[in-house]
Design a binder for this molecule. Structure first.
Ligand code: ADP
Length: 259
């Protein structure tokens, strides 16, 4: 695909323009092909890792009769790996759903204050377990927009869930929302581990994780922010991150009130 067209003795400018355009198109196609291949390779690797560890544990149990304690330990590890596979498959399905262009957003009038409060309520137990203080700052009066409430809640919930996951015990997470002209801005700020400038460039990529062990330990799949980005841009909005390593991160979401 990337092979260049040689225009040989036909040096006319039209031909060279066409050749340039064609080379450009084939380069784009081959980039697309490459990122699709990378995605399939990554997805297969992520799915195979829990499968291989389950296989080893089950083979060990089959080969030698183990005492009940060890059997219990192995089976609970297998149980965890099954949860992990389930998480990855659910995330892949979310991505595939958002990818399919025929899936339209189900737009309705969304009361953002209610949506944020409900999201916070769902995540409160997670924060309490780490003694993380959750604070929400909302303006007086209404905060409504035309949006898809289910997808929007999934995106916001992923961002706040990350803020809790990547903040050490006794830290804090602050959620703020405000209207700015024809847009609504939502900030999720944490006092967590932070993200280096180099990693900030990649965290919205599929399967990218700064610290694999930390992400794994919290049930992460590396797909959360890719899903968030896809949802937010699908709703006509944008997302960005600012972060300082060792101090914390702020994710900013901007959404049009009327997409
Ligand atoms: P994961 O399932 O690993 O959480 P995400 O796509 O949600 O995957 O995030 C990608 C990576 O970005 C995470 O593995 C983590 O390293 C980093 N990250 C995301 N949110 C935060 C945050 N609030 N603070 C620090 N690091 C974060």
């Amino acid at each position: 695909f990337t092979r260049r067209i040689k225009i040989g003795r036909f040096g006319h400018s039209e031909i060279s323009d066409m050749a340039r355009a064609f080379n450009g198109m084939s380069e784009q196609l081959s980039n697309l092909e490459q990122s699709r291949n990378e995605f399939v390779a990554n997805a297969s690797h992520e799915l195979k890792t829990p499968l291989s560890s389950m296989k080893i544990m089950i083979q060990t149990l089959l080969l030698q009769p183990a005492d009940p304690e060890m059997t219990h330990e192995f089976l609970s590890d297998v149980d965890q790996e099954i949860d992990r596979l389930n998480n990855i498959i659910n995330d892949l399905l979310s991505l595939a759903k958002a990818d399919a262009s025929h899936v339209e957003n189900r737009l309705s009038r969304v009361n953002l204050k209610d949506l944020l409060q409900a999201t916070l309520h769902n995540l409160e137990p997670l924060a309490q377990r780490k003694q993380i203080d959750m604070e929400m700052v909302l303006p007086e009066g209404e905060l409504t927009l035309q949006s898809d409430p289910i997808r929007l809640q999934q995106a916001i919930s992923n961002i706040i869930d990350n803020a809790i996951k990547y903040t050490p015990e006794q830290g804090s997470v602050r959620i703020e929302a405000a209207q700015q002209g024809a847009r609504i801005v939502i900030w999720v700020q944490d006092t967590g581990y932070g993200i280096s400038p180099e990693d900030q460039k990649h965290i919205f990529d599929r399967f990218y994780r700064v610290d694999k062990a930390r992400s794994r330990a919290t049930g992460g799949t590396g797909l959360g922010l890719a899903i968030v980005k896809q949802i937010i841009t699908g709703l006509g909005g944008s997302i960005r991150v600012e972060s300082q390593e060792g101090e914390g991160s702020t994710f900013t979401v901007e959404l049009p009130i009327e997409p």
